[in-house]
Design a protein around this ligand. Structure first.
Ligand code: PGU
Length: 401
């Protein structure tokens, strides 16, 4: 008898499994609104022009394939911290940021969670309800306890700010609060600047430590600085915090697995020690990170012309999604004869729209309309184009009623 007899079949991933189901569907009306990955108006994946330019330059440079240091490519680590915090941020000048290149956002969150498990044992991480499907997996596998804070209010299809604040206040002092820096996934609902200030007040009152997940910087509003303003507010208050970054969406480097974990601490000495311990955690996990994506980011950010081109392409991607959002809203509000208020489609920001469709209704979207989406009612607008908005509106209205 095989020793693997007891191994059961793992369930399909709630997000990545949707793409697998989509691929198996041979209907020509199928639409993949599952995975949060940008598609063009022709519904094709998109390699940014500036990435192609950087790769051409890198190829001509004839760089080698030697191991990176455990902490990653130095030029990338410098660029990514400056992109996040602003090059002139005092914490950078004071060298109070420990930055380690991570395997994109997921790997950076996992490395941060491993650090928490080792140095803050038993401290609970509070995550939003709902949140990105993989947050719970990452915390569970890192052995970090978590609980949820209220976030989405189905009645207003908006932020349950009072509930969020109450739950964060109720948490034991010194808890860790996982916050989406911008473009909350899956709701697309972000706190207002005033609400961010209040969240920072409570974190300081309770000595909570924020852990920002910044997977969409520049992709949500089109502005790198605006999308990092939540993080910069907390840093400006002298709060120690973690920030995980990803270049999957804003630079389209999904499969290059490039991101970073940043830890903002009270002194350069502490930052050095924290970085050394992050390295000690990374070494047995994957030893050192892949070089290609790090070089692309460093080249793009390091060249003013390419950096400007990147910003223009990012705004174009964010802009296309906003156009599709508007068209979907127009189609829904004209086609739906009920008095339902569809304005949430316009109020939400980033890649996703949290439709309020329940599981059975989401199943109908797939079974009857061949629209693939996650079962929490989230649709990725990045996978939608203008031509398909009328069809999608028909599917949503049919599924709601
Ligand atoms: C909030 C958040 N954090 C981290 C990540 C991790 O992305 P990396 O590629 O590891 O940097 C995602 C990607 N979420 C998308 C993409 C598919 C997935 O990984 O689930 C999504 O929710 O569809 C995310 O939405």
């Amino acid at each position: 008898v095989s020793r693997f007899e007891g191994v059961s079949m793992a369930p399909a991933d709630p997000i990545l499994g949707v793409s697998e189901a989509f691929k198996r569907d041979n209907s020509d009306m199928k639409l993949n609104l599952g995975v949060g990955a940008y598609r063009t108006e022709e519904l094709q994946p998109y390699v940014l022009e500036v990435v192609k330019k950087a790769e051409k330059k890198m190829l001509e440079a004839g760089e080698n394939k030697e191991y990176l240091p455990i902490e990653g490519l130095a030029a990338f680590n410098k660029a990514t911290a400056e992109l996040l915090l602003g090059a002139d941020n005092p914490v950078i000048k004071q060298q109070r940021v420990a930055t380690v290149q991570g395997l994109s956002g997921t790997g950076s969150l996992r490395l941060g969670a491993a650090f928490i498990q080792r140095y803050f044992p038993g401290v609970k991480v509070l995550i939003s309800s709902p949140t990105w499907g993989n947050h719970k997996n990452i915390l569970n596998d890192a052995g970090v306890p978590w609980s949820e804070y209220r976030y989405f209010d189905p009645k207003t299809v908006g932020l349950d700010f009072e509930g969020m604040i109450a739950d964060i206040k109720d948490a034991p002092n010194g808890s860790i609060i996982l916050l989406h820096g911008c473009a909350h996934n899956p709701t697309g609902i972000d706190p207002t600047p005033e609400q961010w200030e209040k969240i920072a007040d409570v974190c300081q009152e309770k000595d909570h430590m924020p852990f920002f997940d910044v997977a969409y910087q520049g992709f949500a509003s089109g502005s790198l600085d605006d999308d990092a303003s939540s993080v910069r507010r907390f840093v400006a208050r002298g709060i120690e915090l973690f920030v995980a970054q990803s270049y999957s969406k804003n630079l389209g480097l999904y499969a290059e697995r490039i991101g970073a974990i940043n830890v903002v601490v009270s002194s350069p000495e502490v930052a050095t020690k924290v970085k050394s311990q992050l390295k000690r955690l990374a070494r047995p996990m994957y030893s050192n990170p892949p070089v290609h994506g790090a070089r692309i980011v460093a080249n793009v950010v390091g060249d003013p012309t390419m950096f400007d081109e990147w910003r223009a392409e990012m705004q174009a991607m964010a802009g296309r999604i906003k156009t599709v959002r508007q068209r979907l809203y127009d189609e829904l509000s004209t086609k739906d004869k009920s008095s339902k208020d569809w304005s949430f489609v316009l109020k939400q920001i980033g890649m996703f729209s949290f439709t309020g469709l329940n599981k059975a209704q989401s199943d109908n979207m797939t079974d009857k309309w061949h629209v693939y989406m996650t079962k929490d009612g989230r649709i990725s607008l990045a996978g939608l184009n203008l031509a398909k908005c009328a069809f999608l509106a028909d599917a949503i209205i049919d599924s709601f009623y």
